[in-house]
Design a protein around this ligand. Structure first.
Ligand code: NAD
Length: 393
């Protein structure tokens, strides 16, 4: 059955944007939140955003009212879900709340309806078990802001059927998103999994006094060509959010994702990044200026090696293949190259040597090369120069 009617639960940062792109794609949307006031604010934000799209000639001005007309609001989840083909839940990141929403939606939605969650860090499998249709529960992980970010990670829970996954991919294409399928319900999925490992390495380097924040960020921007420095990005995302993510990753992966105490120090002081005006940087005068001259002061290979190792674990654990990982990192974070492409270019042997060097120095589990990487080196799959690495050339 074709997806035509959608309920979006939660009209906050993500929900209003998801409702907007769904309505822009021609779907009928019921947008749900806990008060009329929040819903009105969400509609105002959607209209503002559509006006921006019209100014940039991405849509015609007369389409604004048509798109807005496809979005109905309600505070009743039951009312919103009774005749849907798809629900997308975007309420706060709390397992109990998500389970409650899924259980309620399951009771009122038609049997064919797919129930999706936009969770960044919770288990899709556990959420699905709050319903009697776990095969129809899937992760639709949009990026912020959904109106602009091209990537959609589609996450298969342990019970998600192939048919549900296929439908979710079709919805992603209808929304004109670049879709990657995350084959297993691992914490961090692809993008946040790789990104949090690389950020963690940046945090540890500064915490141990091996580099300054500015040096790491200059290397990130000017040697790796990432759109933001690691610390700049951390401030942008919010250090409280990153602290929560690092706890989730630590629980899931143990010492392989050992959190750096640096972040908690900032959180305790209430310096949460851009939103509080101060985090690693002082944001009171706008975006930090990162000096090109500092780019050579931090060994950017460390970040590349950690990124490649995180990617290798995803392949080793059959979560995704190199192409999807690279696509996800390029479209989800704006990296000019994905970690597998990067590793093939600099050499898998270089990656493994760098990881071993870090391991020898710090004796931390997080630097142990994934067995897949050592296997590649043993086989002579050293990357582009050997015509075989993560990819065949
Ligand atoms: N913000 C991001 O960058 C981002 C990116 C990707 C995924 N996510 C995920 O998306 C989800 C939502 O995040 P957000 O940043 O939009 O949060 P948010 O706090 O901005 O919005 C959540 C909304 O849900 C509403 N809500 C709370 N309880 C509700 C209920 N019982 N019924 C209906 N609505 C309810 C809140 O009033 C609020 O408007 C989370 O799971 C988060 O992990 C967030």
């Amino acid at each position: 059955m074709e997806v035509k009617k959608v309920a979006v639960i939660g009209a906050g940062t993500m929900g209003h944007g998801i409702a907007q792109i769904m309505a822009t794609a021609g779907l009928d949307v019921k947008l749900v939140d806990i008060s009329e006031e929040l819903l009105k604010k969400a509609l105002d934000k959607i209209r503002w955003s559509l006006q921006k799209f019209a100014e940039k000639k991405k849509i015609k001005p007369e389409e604004i009212d048509v798109i807005m007309g496809r979005i109905k609001t309600t505070t009743s989840l039951e009312e919103a879900c009774k005749d849907i083909d798809l629900m997308v839940e975007a309420v706060p990141e709390k397992m109990d709340l998500k389970k409650q929403i899924f259980s309620k939606a399951d009771q009122v939605a038609p049997p064919h309806a797919i129930l999706a969650t936009n969770t960044s860090s919770l288990s899709i499998t556990e959420i699905s078990e709050a319903t009697k249709r776990p095969d129809k529960v899937v992760g639709l992980h949009f990026f912020n802001p959904p109106q602009l970010m091209p990537l959609l990670e589609i996450v298969k829970g342990a019970h998600t059927s192939d048919e549900t996954l296929q439908k979710a991919v079709e919805v992603g294409k209808l929304l004109k998103k670049t879709v990657v399928v995350v084959r297993k319900d691992v914490r961090g999925f692809i993008v946040n999994g790789v990104l949090s490992a690389v950020m963690n390495e940046a945090f540890w380097a500064v915490y141990r006094g091996e580099a300054t924040i500015e040096e790491v960020d200059a290397a990130t921007k000017f040697k790796l060509g990432f759109p933001m420095g690691m610390f700049e990005l951390a401030d942008f995302v919010g250090l409280d959010i990153l602290a929560d993510v690092s706890k989730v990753m630590h629980e899931a992966f143990g010492e392989r994702a050992k959190p750096c105490p640096l972040i908690e120090e900032y959180v305790k002081r209430g310096e949460l990044g851009k939103k509080t005006g101060k985090g690693f940087y002082d944001w009171s005068k706008g975006r930090p200026v990162i000096k090109f001259q500092l780019a050579g002061k931090f060994d950017h290979r460390r970040l590349q090696a950690v990124a490649a190792n995180a990617a290798a674990w995803l392949i080793h654990d059959d979560v995704a293949d190199p192409k999807d990982i690279d696509t996800a990192m390029k479209f989800g974070t704006g990296w000019p190259q994905g970690p597998c492409e990067m590793a093939d270019k600099i050499g898998i042997d270089t990656v493994v040597n760098k990881l071993n060097e870090l391991y020898e120095k710090h004796k931390e589990e997080m630097y142990k090369p994934c067995p897949l990487l050592t296997e590649y080196v043993e086989k002579g799959w050293l990357g582009k120069k050997a015509k075989r690495g993560f990819y065949e050339y």
